[in-house]
Design a protein around this ligand. Structure first.
Ligand SMILES: C[S@@+](CC[C@H](N)C(=O)[O-])C[C@H]1O[C@@H](n2cnc3c(N)ncnc32)[C@H](O)[C@@H]1O
Length: 193
């Protein structure tokens, strides 16, 4: 097993033991497949937790040989733990880990974004989307997690992307201790809509 795989396994185990939210392998494999297909130059993630999804996306970026990740977490302790996990996995050079409210941090990013993952508090999905919208490239991929269990809390976001862009819901059976079935919304962002 590589050091990277070892760290990923340890992060998975720690999330399960401590009930720290994470995607779980079913959704993470799907997400990594999307990253490999899109080959983005810049991924923005809202909701780092301790770095599980970030590690999966960085693994995909490394396999295609390009791209970087900016990930934002409001909980300082989790962000520091994520940074330590990225360092142990030896991928810290590809990741810019920021601490703060994602909707505020995203307003300060002024670079083209071709991949966005929304996985923070549900009510912040639409504010985050709006904060980065001017930087989204035509055809950018926007993935929203917890669309099955959290639809009511993110209704403004879902109504918007479903009526203005090409948007599809993907369902997953998961083996997480806290949820067994959930969905992700994958949206292809169009600048003319
Ligand atoms: C579902 S977890 C993220 C899981 C992570 N993406 C993974 O799969 O490993 C949601 C995270 O969003 C963070 N969060 C909540 N509100 C936030 C906000 N306004 N800005 C940034 N992060 C936030 C929480 O502290 C929590 O760690």
């Amino acid at each position: 097993m590589t050091v990277f795989d070892q760290v990923l396994q340890e992060v998975d185990e720690r999330c399960r033991e401590q009930h720290i939210p994470m995607l779980g392998s079913e959704k993470a494999e799907f997400l990594a497949g999307l990253v490999r297909k899109v080959e983005p130059s810049l991924i923005i993630e809202c909701g780092t937790a301790i770095g599980y999804s970030g590690l999966w996306m960085i693994g995909a970026l490394k396999s295609v040989g390009k791209g970087r990740l900016i990930t934002v977490e409001i909980d300082t302790g989790r962000a520091h733990e994520a940074r330590e996990n990225f360092r142990r996995a030896n991928v810290q050079d590809l990741i810019d880990s920021r601490i703060g409210d994602a909707a505020e941090v995203l307003k300060t990013i002024r670079k083209p974004v071709d991949f966005l993952l929304l996985d923070n508090n549900y009510g912040n999905y639409f504010p985050c989307f709006q904060a980065i919208e001017s930087q989204l490239t035509d055809g950018a991929t926007v993935v929203a997690d917890n669309v099955g269990i959290g639809a009511a809390g993110m209704a403004d976001y879902l109504n918007h992307v479903r009526s203005h862009h090409e948007s599809r819901t993907h369902w997953f059976e998961t083996d997480l201790p806290w949820v067994k079935r959930d969905a992700m919304e994958v949206t292809i962002y169009r600048t003319s809509h």
